[in-house]
Design a protein around this ligand. Structure first.
Ligand code: SF4
Length: 386
């Protein structure tokens, strides 16, 4: 007689870690891939290495359940999709597995999402219960990124925010119309955007408590959405709701979904969206300053900072000896660290050639050369060797 054994928690976790590549958690989402199929050899196979400013961090990135009653048109977990292996954990099971992983040194953080079963409120309670067990029973104080289910109650969100370091809800698209096409059972304003608004309101009501950062994600390019729509909303999210991070996921079709024949979106589009999003968030740019092609998408052939510089700086270069920090940040090849290095260096003496910039750890000063003056002169792109 053939007896099929029940998969253990770690085998289930490894199966789900593959599925969570759809949910970015770190600074380089494209690198977030599960390792290899779990064969009960190593707990490390249940974690995903997520890029952070302090280097790679192994995270237990998982879902309470891969079953879902909703029908988002692009999603492998949508209701009725036969190819999806459904895996469900209890809060106790997940919390205990995480405790084992983090005590073994295999995981240094948790990212927890879920498909929706028996409504958002019930599903959110399972995420909250898991996080509470991890925090209270196991005394874990480290990093937790917890997903907000669409349309949950305010009390639930407030509790979630007491437990998490980061909370996020996926907006999916930049407007109600786009979300209708992507996820027919989701309401953009009432269930998605309102969650971010409520989360920021809770933060403002608690100015002296440590509160989690906010993030969101867009599925890009499946339903005619344009980059100008996405970036306009992106700017509002940073300025009005103080989001820490916006993720973009270039659409790629999944078999046995209504979008299986919709063409995949060029990954370069995702790259341009990230570059533009960082200009809005970290460089003080306005969306109007980004260079959009006639159809409303960012140019794929050139990064947005260079596109702006080609239009605005070639004939009006920036003098590095006198420009303020904001102007320095307009120059391709000069980021926040390089701008500060230039400000410091010019207090000590004149900057007259590109080799001096290289000594300031500006790795490719020739990229900046067409757009700058050094002590009144256009730099020679012939770098000195010594
Ligand atoms: S709610 Fe939509 S995106 Fe989320 S798991 Fe269910 S079908 Fe997928």
């Amino acid at each position: 007689m053939h007896i099929q054994s029940t998969p253990d928690t770690f085998t289930k976790l490894a199966q789900v870690s593959d599925a969570t590549t759809f949910e970015p958690a770190g600074d380089q989402p494209q690198t977030e891939r599960a390792r290899r199929p779990y064969q009960s050899r190593s707990l490390a196979e249940c974690v995903t290495n997520v890029a952070t400013p302090r280097g790679p961090m192994p995270i237990m990135k998982t879902m309470v359940t891969t079953a879902c009653e909703r029908n988002c048109n692009y999603c492998p977990f949508r209701a009725g999709r036969g190819k999806t292996k459904r895996v469900t954990f209890t809060p106790d099971e997940l919390a205990s597995a995480f405790d084992t992983l983090q005590r073994a040194g295999s995981a240094r953080g948790m990212f927890l999402s879920s498909g929706i079963i028996k409504g958002s409120v019930t599903t959110q309670d399972k995420i909250i219960d898991t996080a509470e067990i991890v925090r209270k029973r196991y005394g874990y104080r480290g990093y937790m990124h917890l997903k907000i289910m669409p349309g949950i109650e305010r009390d639930q969100l407030a509790r979630l925010m007491q437990l998490a370091d980061r909370v996020s809800v996926n907006l999916e698209g930049p407007s109600q119309t786009r979300v209708n096409a992507l996820a027919p059972k989701k309401d953009f304003n009432l269930e998605l955007l309102s969650m971010l608004q409520m989360a920021d309101a809770i933060r403002r009501e608690n100015p002296h408590r440590k509160m989690p950062s906010l993030a969101t994600q867009f599925v890009v390019g499946a339903v005619g959405d344009t980059d100008v729509e996405i970036m306009s909303l992106n700017q509002r999210l940073y300025r009005q709701l103080r989001l820490a991070r916006v993720y973009f996921s270039a659409f790629h079709p999944v078999l046995q979904t209504p979008f299986e024949n919709v063409p995949a979106v060029d990954l370069q589009r995702e790259t341009r969206l990230y570059q533009s999003s960082f200009l809005l968030r970290d460089y003080g740019w306005d969306v109007e300053e980004l260079s959009f092609a006639p159809g409303g998408n960012l140019r794929l052939d050139v990064d947005p900072k260079r596109a702006w510089a080609d239009e605005n700086l070639v004939n009006a270069p920036i003098e590095l000896m006198t420009a303020d920090r904001e102007r320095l940040l307009r120059v391709p090849g000069i980021g926040p660290v390089s701008a500060d290095a230039i400000l410091n260096a010019r207090r000590r003496g004149r900057l007259t050639d590109l080799a001096q910039l290289r000594k300031l750890n500006i790795h490719a000063p020739e990229q900046a050369a067409p757009y700058i003056l050094l002590d009144g002169r256009r730099p020679s792109t012939q770098l000195r060797l010594f």
